[in-house]
Design a protein around this ligand. Structure first.
Ligand code: HEM
Length: 533
């Protein structure tokens, strides 16, 4: 008997037994009505249930489906899905949460059926959490026309000519990070994620809003703290599936903490937008006088917000898109940078090649900002970054709510179902990446090898219509930060990891290493900042 039928009969059984209770007749009426209602509902969903019954999936409990599996291991949704991937031999499988099922796919052909289909534009229910800060911005948007309009307005802001103007900011912030490591941690082990997180936060605030929150030097105050609070609560809601139900979340104390923090973060962004609008107006009427209250970053005159300000977007749209860029561009890059440093620390032969490449491009100079040409010439470093994103994609899974039925392999999945695209496992498929797909090998990204692969076998920035708008930005920033650090330091692994097999991953807003990112930084050839000035 399939699990759907089990669920159905359990529901009926439960209600019927109540109906048999020797109580007054209104109870019988109530029970009979409930049976009828459930029967009608199940009858109307019969096609949905029939298609579900054909898909493999773990055994379910009545009513709650597979929710217990996630509730008992709240820190391990990724591990659970990886175990199921292996159990079902990389074929699509279903997961029941209460009365709805989702399907997880990871084979390149199956991924293509979803991401390659422009009709499957809508994101899955989990993205609703993000609306408290991103509103209807392009990451969360569910309305095709609105999304296309905003994406069209925003795309020119991510052109290379604009990104080139950010190189100075990328380098300045990376240098602050390198100075701090040299001053406070030279020769010591440090968990580099928090340090890098502040660096990417400063960078994204400067390039998105043109405002320096100065988090690396202890600035940013409420904005940084409140943003952190909201992200932490989002993470909690994602890990504990029941908290993603608004009614249940509203019963917890987390809801009010979340709402207060989110309101303050949005208030900060609103203020920046108002000041920028005023400044623009004054500049146009030539009445602008610089004041101490001026929010603009002197070194980043053309932030994304400045570019979007004249696009005709309303203040709410501007706020949604600015927050979308900040959230989309901060955690993701800090996660990938931290994994890249850990990979380099664990693979001295790879690190040596990176050093050779940097020395060939920059010589002994470690104080000058790299040009776009120099960053583009760092081909080996780029392969290191790509390989890091293969093994540790910052967003290990993404989701779509199907707008039309699709076929994946021998299965039909009905419209309305959420499909999880399990990037993490696509990137570790032995059919694509060989018998030891968990090993770190930047040569996986030699151009000959890339050409031979399925186009949907590697997509850390997603693929298709709703791919990452910030991917060029991210690659440039990551190259800038890694080259700045590696021009100055040699890395070795800190406590917790002696080899790649020691790394255990966990979902915490983005993918993270369970034991942290402990790395020992040592100045190269005993160079001090003074000697390489
Ligand atoms: C290594 C860093 C990054 C990774 C791994 C990454 C990954 C992704 C992925 C997988 C998606 C698709 C999400 C989905 O389909 O649900 C996405 C979308 C997006 N990303 Fe990134 N991202 C990175 C950096 C950035 C940066 C730096 C920015 C902005 C400056 C950014 C802005 C966005 C936006 C706005 C979207 C939504 C696009 C749309 O739906 O039209 N990302 N990113």
């Amino acid at each position: 008997m399939d699990h759907t039928t089990c669920l159905f009969e359990h529901l009926l059984g439960l209600t019927l037994s109540t109906a048999h209770a020797p109580t007054s007749s209104w109870l019988t009426v109530l029970a009979t009505s409930a049976v009828l209602l459930i029967s009608c509902w199940q009858w109307r969903r019969r096609r949905y249930l029939q298609l579900a019954s054909k898909l493999p999936g773990p055994p379910t409990y009545p009513i709650i489906g597979n929710a217990m599996m996630f509730a008992t291991r709240p820190d391990e949704p990724l591990q659970i899905c990886s175990e199921l991937t292996e159990r079902y031999n990389r074929n699509p499988f279903k997961i029941w949460i209460f009365f709805e099922f989702s399907v997880v796919v990871m084979k390149p052909d199956d991924v293509e059926m979803v991401l390659g289909d422009t009709k499957q534009f809508r994101k899955s229910i989990q993205y609703e959490n993000f609306r408290s800060l991103m509103g209807g911005g392009i990451f969360t948007s569910t309305h095709f026309g609105q999304w296309r309009h905003s994406r069209k307005l925003m795309t020119p802001a991510f052109h290379f000519t604009i990104l080139k103007g950010f190189l100075g900011v990328f380098f300045e912030e990376a240098s602050i990070l390198a100075d701090k490591i040299e001053r406070d941690y030279n020769g010591e082990s440090v968990n580099c994620l928090p340090l890098i997180g502040l660096c990417t936060l400063d960078t994204i605030c400067r390039t998105a809003m043109g405002v320096s929150v100065n988090a690396q030097n202890g600035g940013g105050g409420d904005f940084v703290r409140d943003l952190e609070t909201v992200l932490q609560i989002w993470q909690n809601r994602m890990a504990k599936v029941w908290l993603s139900i608004p009614f249940i979340f509203a019963l917890t104390s987390m809801k009010s903490v979340h709402d207060v923090a989110a309101k303050k973060v949005l208030g900060f962004t609103d203020k920046v937008i108002q000041k920028k609008r005023l400044r623009l107006k004054q500049e146009k009427s030539q009445t602008f006088v610089e004041s101490s209250d001026d929010v603009s970053d002197k070194h980043c005159k053309m932030a994304f917000l400045d570019l979007m300000l004249e696009s005709g977007m309303s203040d709410i749209q501007l706020r949604d898109e600015t927050m979308t860029i900040i959230i989309g561009g901060q955690e993701t890059t800090s996660t990938e940078l931290s994994f890249a440093l850990l990979m380099l620390a664990l693979h001295p032969n790879v690190q040596e090649k990176v050093h050779e490449e940097l020395d060939a491009v920059f010589g002994e100079d470690c104080r000058t900002a790299p040009s776009l040409f120099e960053l583009n010439s760092l081909e080996y470093l780029e392969r290191v970054i790509k390989e890091t994103m293969r093994l540790y994609p910052a967003l290990p899974a993404i989701g779509r709510r199907l707008q039309e039925n699709i076929h994946v392999g021998q299965y039909e999945i009905p419209a309305g179902v959420d499909v999880g695209i399990f990037i993490y496992e696509t990137h570790r498929d032995p059919a694509t990446w060989g018998l030891q797909p968990h090993l770190f090998d930047p040569d996986n990204f030699l151009s000959d090898k890339c050409r031979q692969r399925h186009p949907y076998s590697y997509f850390p920035f997603s693929a298709g219509l709703r791919n990452c708008i910030g991917q060029k930005y991210a690659l440039l920033q990551m190259k800038s930060v890694l080259s700045t650090l590696l021009r100055r330091f040699t890395l070795s692994p800190g406590p917790g990891h002696r080899c790649i097999e020691d790394i255990e991953v966990v979902m915490n807003t983005t993918l993270k290493s369970k034991k942290g990112f402990n790395v020992v930084f040592e100045l190269r050839n005993n160079n001090s900042v003074q000697s390489c000035a």
